[in-house]
Design a protein around this ligand. Structure first.
Ligand SMILES: *Cc1c(COP(=O)(O)O)cnc(C)c1O
Length: 358
């Protein structure tokens, strides 16, 4: 069997969910499990949190159906609403909380008789300008939906563009936009993603929407997951499958982009970009062997990557290699590769087996 596995620590995910809740006492929280629970396996994560989470959130109907298969009851929020009118009956059948983010979704909802009323979350575009209605349109939608038979709770939701940059001026404007609508009697309000859960109490409202923090990665560039008290949920572990000596002046890997500056000991690791390891990670990006960081050497290939073991003479074939995880933060690897932890976690491909503990 190929020595590469993503070990998922479900106890860490429960710990991180509890931490989100402790940030905002008395509030409820949708655990965001879109994109296969950020790559961690949606079924297992939902099963692990099913007893403790107040609700879950997903990006589309297909993901909602997967969650419902594990969790027949409980609140399940469809973050972007339905993409077409013909999805509404299925949304009703699944008993979803439904975002309504534009006029077309609003008209479709009002024109479609449903088997049961749904909790509706009107989405305000408070400044991100990706999805959502403007403030006036929210007011008009509120009036039209208040008495509609399709609507159970009528709620307000918005999303931050810059909550991960502490003190960003846009965040304050977005909170103000949101607060300015609260003369309308919404049943529930939701504004906070992980970054806001962790650092913006004024945005906590009634329902939190933590995503990345559940998986033990940080939404911030300047604040590590460890500093936030988060526990990493995924450890991506491969093996040294070959070791060789390379003379000074010899190159390693595709494009011969890495050239040994000294006689070097090069290890070959059983993980590549077809597993989701970022191909653009430059030489020098750390991997962990025997608890020690060693640098990537040369280009990442499809199934393998190379590391410079010259300063770790005890490393040998068969040794475990942590690409990221419990001892090497995914955020550190992401930063080296010019991306964010979110991308690395969600890009671990299906050929990497997930093992669960906790
Ligand atoms: C993905 C998503 C979240 C979770 O964001 P994190 O930064 O991962 O906490 C919250 N709300 C909406 C609307 C989202 O799309």
């Amino acid at each position: 069997m190929r020595p590469l596995v993503a070990t998922i620590d479900l106890a860490a995910i429960r710990h991180n969910y509890a931490l989100a809740k402790r940030c905002a006492p008395g509030r409820q929280a949708f655990a965001v499990v879109k994109a296969n629970a950020y790559g961690h396996g949606v079924r297992e994560v939902v099963a692990a949190l099913g007893e403790v989470a107040d609700g879950f959130a997903v990006a589309c109907l297909e993901e909602a159906a997967e969650v419902r298969a594990v969790l027949p009851h409980g609140r399940l929020l469809l973050l972007e609403g339905c993409f077409a009118t013909d999805e509404l009956p299925e949304a009703a059948r699944l008993g979803l909380d439904l975002v309504v983010q534009d006029a077309a979704q609003l008209d479709a909802l009002l024109a479609t008789p449903l088997a049961q009323p749904l909790n509706v979350w009107l989405k305000l575009d408070s400044g991100m300008h990706r999805l959502g209605l403007g403030a006036d349109a929210v007011r008009q939608a509120f009036a039209r939906l208040r008495q509609a038979p399709q609507v159970g709770e009528l709620n307000l939701l918005s999303h931050f563009a810059c909550a991960d940059e502490r003190g960003h001026a846009l965040t304050e404007q977005q909170v103000e936009q949101f607060l300015a609508l609260l003369d309308l009697e919404f049943d529930q309000r939701s504004l906070a993603n992980s970054a806001a859960v962790l650092t913006i109490p004024a945005a906590h409202m009634d329902w939190l929407r933590p995503g990345i923090m559940l998986y033990g990665a940080t939404p911030f560039a300047e604040l590590s997951a460890a500093e936030l008290g988060l526990r990493p949920a995924m450890s991506l572990t491969a093996q040294l499958i070959a070791v060789r000596e390379v003379a000074a002046g010899e190159s390693v890997g595709y494009g011969a982009s890495w050239v040994a500056a000294r006689p070097s000991r090069i290890g070959t690791v059983s993980c590549g970009y077809a597993d989701g390891y970022p191909r653009h990670a430059p030489s020098g990006t750390p991997v962990l062997i025997h608890g020690t960081r060693v640098p990537l050497a040369g280009r990442v290939s499809m199934d393998m990557l190379s590391v410079d073991l010259s300063d770790l003479p005890q490393a040998q074939v068969g040794d475990a290699v942590e690409l990221w995880g419990a001892q090497l933060a995914v955020d550190e690897v992401a930063q080296a590769a010019g991306t964010i932890g979110y991308e690395l976690l969600t890009q671990v491909t299906a050929r990497v087996p997930r093992r669960y503990r906790g």
